[in-house]
Design a protein around this ligand. Structure first.
Ligand code: FAD
Length: 328
């Protein structure tokens, strides 16, 4: 049986419907390596190759990988919580890190409630002091940085996707099957799945390294194409403000902010977006923020690293030409 280090950090890695590790895996293992010894847990659903997932997790820094197979792959989140409970029992970690994805949040909450552990959600980083692991959060639209720690036991921390830049060193592959006794708790069950054919060649908004977002300032669905053009030159994902979504320029899935997607890209370009607190809540942790707005007093400039006061219909075509010229 494997001996786990006393500073082990148990990391639950999400998998994609195609059976690969989710993009969040690298950041989670990077965060774990900064505060202890990363031990990964993967729940290999139907069709997933547990051995390949374990090899991939080791390449991203997991010193050991526990591979669990769900008793019922159609169940949502309960198999993950059951596996996490079994893994925590075995590893006795100093902290449990989970992705702040929809599924990750629910598994973390179920696990924390079951084990009476403290739960810290939507962390943008973790560190360690003499008493244990601390979660760092960016709250109220990034206006405040808050630290949270638990007073007993191992904290369960969900980590915002894309927020952690640190990467762990690759480790030699080491894995074992994890025996999981199904808890029999009530679970939602997936009846059927219709794969949506994604025609876009752009990166997915969540977890993208670069995002170009458009707001009400774009004026119409047709004119929003300018956002797409700049995104394509940069190889960026496309986002939007709620006003742009409400006006019908783009679908709701593009919305960045409090009631949309939270992103932490390396580069975030806001075009014709005023920078309301609800929008900032979803993008303020971006590493570099560029704003183009014709109103010099727009609040987005308060958080922008680079700002251009001007009409976006004049500035953005010039920017696209300049970027294309550099590529040529
Ligand atoms: P506006 O505030 O109207 O700003 C448009 C900007 O475009 C202006 O600053 C203007 O100067 C500029 N502009 C206009 N024309 C040009 C031009 N030609 N060139 C350059 N600049 C130009 N919002 C979100 O984005 N995400 C959320 O998740 C979200 N959740 C919310 C939840 C709640 C409970 C509530 C109450 C609100 C929420 N909102 C959210 C809405 C938010 O408060 C703002 O209304 C919204 O973000 C405004 O979008 P906007 O910046 O595109 O529009």
């Amino acid at each position: 049986m494997t001996d786990f280090q006393p500073d082990s950090i148990l990391v639950l890695l999400d998998t994609t419907p195609a059976g690969d590790l989710a993009k969040s895996a690298a950041g989670l293992l990077g965060a774990a390596a900064g505060v202890g010894t990363p031990v990964a847990l993967v729940v290999a659903g139907s069709g997933a190759d547990g051995d390949r997932l374990a090899t991939d997790a080791a390449a991203l820094g997991a010193t050991h990988v526990l591979v669990a197979e769900p008793a019922d792959a159609a169940q949502l989140t309960v198999p993950g919580a059951d596996a996490l409970a079994a893994a925590a029992e075995l590893v006795r970690p100093d902290a449990v890190l989970v992705s702040n994805s929809i599924e990750g949040r629910e598994i973390a909450a179920r696990f924390a409630a079951r084990t009476r552990s403290g739960l810290a959600v939507d962390a943008v980083g973790v560190s360690r002091d003499a008493e244990g692991v601390i979660a760092h959060h960016s709250v109220y639209g990034g206006a405040y940085n808050v630290d949270s720690a638990v007073t007993w036991g191992a904290p369960v921390v969900t980590v915002r996707e894309g927020a952690v830049d640190a990467r762990a060193e690759a480790q030699p592959a080491s894995s074992e099957r994890l025996a999981v006794v199904a808890s029999g708790r009530r679970a939602a069950v997936v009846g059927s799945v219709d794969a949506e054919v994604v025609t876009s060649s752009r990166p997915e908004l969540k977890g993208a390294a670069k995002v170009v977002s458009g707001g009400r300032g774009l004026g119409s669905e047709e004119q929003f194409a300018l956002v797409d053009q700049l995104a394509d030159v940069l190889g960026a994902a496309v986002g939007a403000s709620r006003a742009a979504v409400d006006a019908g320029y783009v679908p709701q899935s593009y919305q960045v902010g409090q009631t949309g997607v939270s992103v932490s890209p390396q580069l975030y370009i806001a075009l014709g977006i005023s920078g309301a607190i609800q929008h900032r809540a979803g993008m303020q942790t971006a590493k570099t923020i560029v704003a183009i707005n014709k109103d010099a007093d727009a609040p987005i400039f308060e958080i922008a690293d680079f700002g251009i006061v001007g009409d976006l219909f004049t500035v953005v075509p010039q920017l696209i030409s300049a970027l294309e010229a550099r590529k040529a």
